[in-house]
Design a protein around this ligand. Structure first.
Ligand code: AP5
Length: 238
């Protein structure tokens, strides 16, 4: 099952993709996380991407596409993937469709999460991320047990450099201009599902799982006839 979580910055794509990974047994690929790793490790790709990310702009298509497709077509995603943050432009979407088709795959479903701008800005500016393991917290809605320290590994929590109010506004505008137009493409392809990104994290996960349940059932039917492994929807998330 190849799923795409699409939506504006701060809507909860990373939060929900991690929960879908757990529920569906499909790996989660975040191009934002991959790029931040490249920046932290000082690779050539990281050096080329850093200034774009710092400003809240998109990293050029050719850099991101090569990096993302390398992962999506690699062995870890061979049985499917939950995409978070890729594609974000028409050129990236075209490249993804072509690459998947060449491997007999296509996007199973595109899940569009949305929420009002004031909610997105609150989520972005209040986010704090662990500098060690990358776990994500929020000053109001997901506080760590010890202020400023990660519950999982104890490392210091930091604010992402692109989570300031000014850069967050730029990112929202970039999303509206460059990524939102992809919704028409996926609507036309008959794979788009609108999912309300407001409210409790668990309730949003349940909405997403309800949207993909018919496809998960299809996967199980397919696996019975092909012998491929299944990815059952587990309902243990609260
Ligand atoms: P990326 O890291 O992908 O950033 P983004 O899309 O802007 O998304 P975020 O990670 O900010 O938000 P999210 O939707 O994942 O929300 P989260 O779950 O964390 O990309 C960063 C940059 O990399 C881009 O700006 C660009 O420069 C570059 N880039 C990446 N991909 C690219 C591509 N394909 N092409 C070109 N450039 C690319 O939640 C946010 C906060 O809200 C957290 O604190 C969380 O705890 C909280 N929260 C989540 N859900 C809820 C809820 N239901 N209620 C209350 N709080 C909640």
């Amino acid at each position: 099952m190849d799923l795409l979580l699409i939506g504006p910055p701060g809507v909860g794509k990373g939060t929900q993709a991690a929960r879908l990974r757990q529920a569906l047994g499909v790996p989660h690929l975040s191009t934002g996380d991959l790029l931040r790793r490249h920046v932290a490790e000082g690779t050539r790709l990281g050096a080329a991407a850093a200034a774009h990310m710092q400003r809240g702009d998109l990293v050029p298509d050719e850099l991101v596409t090569e990096m993302a497709l390398g992962q999506i077509l690699g062995p870890s995603c061979a049985a499917g993937v939950v995409l978070d943050g890729f594609p974000r432009t028409p050129a990236q979407a075209e490249a993804l469709d072509t690459a998947l088709a060449a491997h007999g795959r296509r996007l199973t479903a595109v899940l569009h999460l949305n929420a009002p701008a004031r909610t997105l800005l609150r989520r972005l500016t209040g986010r704090r991320t662990c500098g060690g393991c990358g776990d994500s917290y929020h000053l109001d809605t997901r506080k760590p047990r010890t202020p400023g320290r990660c519950d999982s590994c104890g490392q210091r929590l930091v604010q992402r450099t692109d989570d300031t109010a000014e850069t967050a506004r730029t990112r929202l505008a970039v999303h509206a201009r460059q990524t939102q137009p992809l919704l028409a493409r996926y609507h036309q392809a008959g794979v788009l599902h609108e999912v309300d990104g407001c409210g409790d994290v668990g309730a949003i996960t349940r909405r997403l799982l309800a949207a993909v349940a018919p496809y998960a059932a299809g996967d199980q039917d397919a696996s019975r006839s092909t012998g491929w492994p299944t990815s059952p929807v587990r309902s243990s998330l609260s």
